[in-house]
Design a protein around this ligand. Structure first.
Ligand SMILES: [Zn+2]
Length: 133
């Protein structure tokens, strides 16, 4: 069931709200930026995401095919979400579940995790090794 979560960066300049069903799954990925920042994400359609504050504090980083906006807070550096499109081309967000405030640890532990092998542009099969992600 979808729940409305509040999320934020570390300093609190960036605040958002997102409707997420964690039981539907979260994901980790082995691409260069997910690996370096140890991303743990939940996909959220644009209609279920609301930026409450911090647009002016948000910087943008893009690389490679430049399809995803890797936003981060200029004060504290925390990446609480990124913006892009889902595989069908609909605008969507990837929210860092570790930036959700007040989320129960058990909720996080119970959330299924899928692994994506985007390092090799392969969305269909998980990477051979996932323990480092
Ligand atoms: Zn911040």
């Amino acid at each position: 069931m979808k729940k409305t979560y509040q999320g934020s960066c570390h300093c609190g300049a960036v605040r958002f709200e997102a409707d997420i069903d964690l039981a539907k799954g979260t994901f980790r990925c082995n691409c260069s930026i997910c690996f370096k920042t140890r991303a743990w994400l939940a996909g959220v359609p644009a209609s279920d995401f609301r930026l409450l504050s911090g647009e002016k504090s948000l910087r943008d980083y893009q690389f490679g095919k430049r399809t995803i906006h890797h936003r981060f807070c200029e004060q504290c550096g925390v990446r609480s979400f990124s913006q892009g499109s889902d595989p069908k081309g609909n605008k969507s967000y990837a929210v860092r579940v570790n930036c959700l405030d007040g989320v129960g640890l058990e909720e996080l532990m119970d959330a299924p995790v899928r692994y994506f092998n985007m390092l090799h542009d392969d969305v269909k099969s998980p990477p051979a090794e996932t323990r480092h992600l």
